[in-house]
Structures are given as structure tokens and as C-alpha cells.
Design a protein around this ligand. Structure first.
Ligand code: ADP
Ligand code: MG
Length: 243
């Protein structure tokens, strides 16, 4: 049997009089890439905060069996006074990993995300796409078993976003970290994930589930196939109906 990395059982979450989530059930298998799509305010970020242990359900329960969690936000949250390399090494240093090992890992990961030529630069010198690569790299150094992505590419232009989707796909093919990926973009969800949960507007409830039939490793070209367009239309219809 495949191991479950994280499960939400009948989770509801209220903030005072506002119900953000209602009766949400999610389970993510080891190595699975699960996407959550839903309109703004439906509780997607709340789900990730609960998954990371930063917040708690009001009702129901969340269980996870890993402590090695990576969290990537839309804002890259790099420290402006540290170089790319120092930013990438920072979390690992907090974990008190041996300095030599950190250096070695950082070098490999800087190369993996294609930032070799920018490792001694400060964040201000980076494009939006490069900042997200640095942010990913910083989490990758810790070799997370579970990656939480909160609309990581939402602030990027479409071309850069498409490119980073392909790069993330390559990283996933290589590392197979379990992923919970929140996005507004149906296309992004379908390209990256093996399964998509579609949420209604607030209070967020699950209105649809789609298994994505494309095999990994995926080629960027699948986004232009009729099968992809058809699936995208089906997800879009549910989103529109329950927004
Ligand atoms: P999403 O990420 O899908 O846009 P969020 O999870 O950020 O949605 O928020 C869901 C709802 O819960 C929103 O209406 C938001 O205003 C509310 N909310 C989220 N966090 C808090 C909080 N700490 N206090 C009060 N309301 C909150
Ligand atoms: Mg959000």
C-alpha cells in the first residue's frame, strides 16, 4: 500500500464569524503531486498553513507523517542583505547541518535551478523568475519530503511562468517530492499535477476531483494537445459554476 504523507479529515476552519473551509477531505500519497484550484478567498492558503502546522482546524483533523516540509510562497521572501548563495544556505545553517555538506549541496542545487552565474548576486539584481528559482533552491537544500506551494508563480509574466512550470516539472521528475500545489491557474494545475481538487468559493468545499492522465516525465508540449484542452474545459466549468 502506498504511504499517505498527509491527510485532512472533515476539516472545517472558521475565523470568528467567517467560515473559510467546510468539511474538507484530502489525502496525498507519497510522491504524489496534488493541485488545489479554487477562487480567491476559498481557503487555499489556509489549507497549506494547516498542513504546515502553522494553523489548526476548527473541526476535524490533519495528520502528517513527515517533519521535512518545504514551503514556497508567491513572494520569494529572500533576505535582501544576503547573496543568492547565502540565502540558499541559510535554512540549512539554521538546521545546524555540517558546513561542508551545506556548501556541497548548495552548489549542486544552484546548478540544478540554473543560478550558477548569479550565486554571488543580491536578490535585487534578480528577475522575478530567478527569485523564485532561488526560493525553490533554498527549500530544496533541506530535501523536503513534502513541498507546499502557495501560488509560487502567480506574480510572474506568462512566459516566465510557463518556463518555471517546466523547470519545476523537471525537478519533480528528478526528486519526486510529495507536493501540495495551490494555484488559480487550471493550466498550471493540469500540467504539473497527477490529481486536481477543485474548490468552491468561500466556504471552500471540494466540488470536483480529476485524475490527470498524462504520464511523467511530461513534455511541455502536452499543454497544446486537445486532450489537455478538453480536461482544462471540464475543470474550468466546475470552477465557474461554484465560484
Ligand atoms: P485563498 O488562499 O484561497 O485566497 P485564504 O485561505 O487566504 O484564501 O482565506 C480564506 C478566507 O479566510 C478569507 O475570507 C480570509 O479573509 C479568511 N482568513 C484567512 N486567514 C485569516 C485570519 N488569520 N483571520 C481572519 N480571517 C482570515
Ligand atoms: Mg491564498
Amino acid at each position: 500500500m502506498t504511504e499517505k504523507i498527509i491527510t485532512f479529515e472533515n476539516v472545517s476552519k472558521s475565523f470568528g464569524a467567517i467560515t473559510a473551509l467546510e468539511n474538507v477531505n484530502i489525502s496525498v500519497d507519497q510522491g504524489e503531486f496534488l493541485a488545489l484550484v479554487g477562487p480567491s478567498g476559498c481557503g487555499k492558503s489556509t489549507i497549506l498553513r494547516i498542513a504546515s502546522g502553522l494553523d489548526y482546524p476548527s473541526l476535524g483533523s490533519m495528520n502528517t507523517n513527515t517533519k521535512k516540509v518545504g514551503y514556497v510562497f508567491q513572494d520569494s521572501t529572500l533576505m535582501p542583505w544576503r547573496t543568492v548563495r547565502k540565502n540558499i544556505e541559510f535554512l540549512a545553517k539554521l538546521e545546524k547541518i555540517d558546513k561542508k555538506i551545506i556548501k556541497k549541496k548548495a552548489n549542486a542545487i544552484i546548478e540544478l535551478v540554473g543560478l550558477q552565474d548569479f550565486s554571488e548576486h543580491y536578490p535585487i539584481a534578480l528577475s522575478g523568475g530567478m527569485k523564485m528559482r532561488a526560493s525553490l533552491a533554498r527549500s530544496l537544500v533541506l530535501e523536503p519530503e513534502l513541498f507546499l506551494f502557495d501560488e509560487p508563480f502567480g506574480a510572474l509574466d506568462l512566459i516566465t511562468r510557463g518556463r518555471l512550470n517546466v523547470e519545476l516539472m523537471q525537478l519533480y521528475n528528478y526528486k519526486k517530492f510529495t507536493s501540495l500545489f495551490v494555484t488559480h491557474s487550471v493550466e498550471e494545475a493540469l500540467f504539473l499535477s497527477s490529481r486536481v481538487l477543485v474548490f468552491s468559493g468561500r466556504p471552500g468545499t471540494i466540488k470536483g476531483e480529476f485524475v490527470v492522465p498524462f504520464k511523467y516525465p511530461r513534455d511541455s508540449g502536452i499543454r497544446y494537445t486537445s486532450e489537455f484542452a478538453e480536461l482544462s474545459g471540464e475543470v474550468g466549468k466546475i470552477l465557474e459554476k461554484f465560484s
